[in-house]
Design a protein around this ligand. Structure first.
Ligand code: SME
Length: 201
């Protein structure tokens, strides 16, 4: 794929935009099963396509998407010496944007009922559209500039393996059409990857 013109000028509506992104994504991920490679490409494609769609997002500081990436359960990463106790830990995976929170504890306990947007999306295996992050209980702020967020779970079959996460600089920056488009992308990513557990937890 030639990535110089990610969004052709004839694309005007969000429906056309997300269909175009899904088609590009499908081509991009064909022939590759490694989740690190595929989520790297997917994050870049989605992030730069959104930047190339100024009608709704673009690079404008009032409405740009400032972060696109994945958090994946630690058991899909190579084991490391600081793995800690076996629990649901989401580790930062490939992303586009500024450095973000690297570890998210995706366990709900009586003392920690609200683990954040990514953890909730992962634990409950459902997409979350958050129009105002400040109103979301437990929201983890990776950037003070982020105003809204979308999370879509990634699956190995029916088992959640992680989440696709997007942050936007606009309040209410995403709508249901974005959610549908991103769920389509998350399904393509999920199905394009082999999710093999490497560590023991
Ligand atoms: N806001 C997320 C954390 C990840 S960053 O947005 C990149 C959360 O509440 O889980």
């Amino acid at each position: 794929m030639h990535s110089d013109e990610l969004v052709p000028p004839e694309i005007k509506t969000k429906r056309e935009f997300w269909t175009h992104v899904a088609t590009q994504l499908e081509h991009l991920l064909t022939g590759q099963r490694n989740w690190v490679t595929n989520t790297s490409s997917a994050s870049s494609l989605i992030y730069h396509s959104l930047q190339a769609f100024p009608r709704y997002f673009g690079t404008d500081e009032n409405k740009a998407v400032n972060w696109v990436g994945v958090y994946v359960h630690s058991k899909y990463f190579p084991p490391s010496s600081d793995d800690g106790p076996p629990e649901n830990r989401l580790l930062l995976g490939p992303f586009c944007g500024k450095p973000a929170c690297m570890l998210i504890n995706a366990t709900i306990t009586p003392t920690r009922p609200n683990p954040g947007v990514c953890a909730d999306g992962f634990i409950h295996a459902k997409s979350l559209l958050v129009p105002d992050v400040e109103q979301y209980p437990g929201h983890i702020a990776c950037s003070a500039l982020t105003k809204s967020e979308i999370v879509c779970p990634l699956f190995n079959g029916t088992t959640p393996v992680g989440v696709l996460d997007l942050d936007c600089l606009a309040l209410g920056g995403f709508d249901q059409e974005d959610l549908s488009g991103l769920e389509r992308c998350a399904t393509l990513i999920s199905q394009a990857c082999d999710w093999k557990t490497l560590s023991t937890d």
